[in-house]
Design a protein. Structure first.
Lengths: 261, 267
């Protein structure tokens, strides 16, 4: 309960702060729509030459684009700003202020910042999803929607754990920006279902940069493709990576001597 | 002129030496380049396989060679990022550059060339890995490979100068980002980056025909692959030269106006 209250308070504070800069909303809308249009134009180009890509039809791939945009928005709104802040904090010593607060440190560093306007991507992604699902003949039952939400949550948690682990690494290696950049460039691969990639790349996109869990699996859930194995694997990896990143954070904190020491 | 060349070479050397310190950074940049090309490669070879082995005049193996060669040409033609320019202007770093006797256009160019030299060293072995993984079809055409050298140089100059001219608009407004995103979106499709131009629908191909972007990317790429006749190659060089003249004029006009406009941060 306490956890939720702390999170909610920080969320509201950040939102209020962002609400001051309304012009940014317009810019964000513009860039997001352009990025989405780019993705859709790419799809249109592909389906000019073929009816299906490894068994995925146009509307099904649009579902993938929708999930990709949605998850990308969630990362940029909730995860990325906080993780950047951790790194800056280690570099500049401001992390010490957070650590001295009486709440759980991992909770605090994970909720301090929230970029409201990035939710535009979440909005657009959801819109695309709804459109594509309706076009597909739209009979999504409550069970299927629930399954989608569950897999999406797993994907989100796996991504969060990965980002947290990378940010934690900055206790040892201060210049860690490159790792984030690497993550972002690999994430592009999620625009397409990971099944189209060759084996070695598919493994990398499942276990190193978990695009498979974050984007492809939720899209599979919506297009009735999700196998029980994938579901179990997603749940297991989510639980495992959440625990591992928590432990890693604790180890990192013990190692961290603070800026003034 | 000699002074300019010396300044250019000096900056190239500085960047090469400096970047040896940031090998991880270089590696990551390379990874981004590779990820993008491998995504397109996989998508287009999958399509070609599904539609009887050929799309838009490209076979499966030719798509593979297209997107492997793509990494080489892309590395050679990336230009100064407008965001970087905006950042320098906002932080006031540009003041020091303007005080130097050499136009920042040249030192920045040296910086780019040094970076490319370094990148190429790591890029070539990775291209070999891609060749091993994706089995491209490629028959080298000697004259075409020779012609690639000036074509690549012109393509770089063209793209670099055009981007510089656009980046300089950051002197007026710090909200140019939106403008660049539109430009990138158009370039994305009409330069051959996302797919060979021959797979675009006819109307998109005619749009690409009146824009400069294919001369900055698709043309050298096709030369590398040996897909052009000698006459087409000559026409390509002519188009590159014409666009280059236009872009240089644009750059001079924009620069002159920008300098008059510039109020230094902290000044």
């Amino acid at each position: 309960m306490h956890v939720l209250r702390v999170g909610w308070t920080y969320l509201r504070l950040s939102a209020l702060n962002e609400l001051q800069y309304r012009a940014n909303l317009v810019v964000q809308f513009f860039t997001s729509i352009l990025a989405l249009a780019n993705g859709v134009a790419g799809l249109a180009l592909v389906f000019l030459h073929t009816e299906s890509l490894q068994g995925w039809g146009p509307m099904e791939l649009l579902v993938v684009v929708g999930v990709y945009t949605l998850i990308g928005g969630l990362i940029r709104a909730f995860i990325q700003p906080n993780m950047w802040r951790i790194m800056d904090g280690v570099q500049e010593g401001t992390l010490d202020y957070t650590l001295t607060k009486p709440a759980d440190s991992q909770l605090l560093v994970s909720v301090t910042e929230f970029q409201l306007w990035k939710l535009v991507d979440v909005l657009l992604g959801t819109g695309v999803l709804v459109f594509a699902v309706l076009k597909l003949g739209g009979t999504i039952g409550v069970a299927q929607a629930g399954l989608f939400a569950l897999v999406l949550l797993c994907g989100g948690l796996i991504l969060y754990s990965l980002w947290l682990a990378v940010a934690t690494a900055s206790f040892w290696v201060v210049r860690i920006w490159s790792l984030f950049e690497m993550f972002e460039s690999m994430y592009q691969a999620g625009r397409w279902p990971v099944g189209i990639y060759p084996e070695w790349l598919r493994l990398a996109l499942t276990f190193i940069v978990p695009v498979a869990f974050a984007v492809t699996a939720p899209a599979e859930a919506l297009t009735a493709r999700l196998t029980p194995q994938t579901l179990v694997l997603a749940l297991a990896v989510a639980a495992g990576s959440l625990t591992a990143s928590r432990l890693f954070w604790k180890v990192g904190l013990r190692h961290y001597s603070g800026a003034s020491a | 002129m000699r002074q300019l060349v010396n300044a250019l070479i000096a900056q190239t050397k500085i960047t090469i030496l400096a970047s040896f310190q940031y090998r991880v950074q270089e590696g990551i940049q390379l990874l981004g380049l590779l990820t993008e090309s491998v995504i397109y490669l996989v998508v287009w070879t999958t399509i070609a396989r599904a539609s009887g082995g050929e799309v838009g005049g490209f076979t499966v193996g030719e798509f593979a060679s297209y997107f492997i060669a793509w990494t080489f040409v892309r590395n050679a033609t990336t230009g100064w990022s407008p965001w970087g320019m905006e950042w320098r202007i906002r932080r006031g770093e540009f003041n020091a550059l303007l005080l130097r006797p050499v136009h920042p256009y040249w030192t920045d160019m040296g910086d780019m060339l040094g970076g490319k030299a370094i990148q190429t060293i790591t890029l070539v072995p990775t291209m070999a890995l891609l060749v091993w993984a994706f089995r491209p079809e490629f028959t080298p055409v000697p004259w075409s490979l020779l012609a690639l050298v000036p074509a690549l140089l012109l393509a770089f100059l063209l793209r670099y100068t055009l981007m510089y001219a656009l980046a300089v608009t950051a002197f007026w407004t710090t909200r140019v980002t939106a403008l660049f995103e539109v430009w990138y979106a158009v370039e994305f499709f009409t330069s051959g980056r996302v797919a060979p131009l021959s797979v675009l629908p006819a109307w998109a191909q005619s749009i690409a025909g009146v824009l400069p972007f294919q001369w900055m990317f698709y043309f050298p790429l096709e030369l590398l692959l040996g897909r052009l006749t000698q006459q087409q190659a000559l026409q390509g060089f002519l188009m590159q030269a014409l666009w280059l003249v236009g872009v240089i004029v644009l750059m001079r006009v924009v620069w002159r106006a920008a300098i008059r406009q510039y109020g230094a941060v902290g000044g």
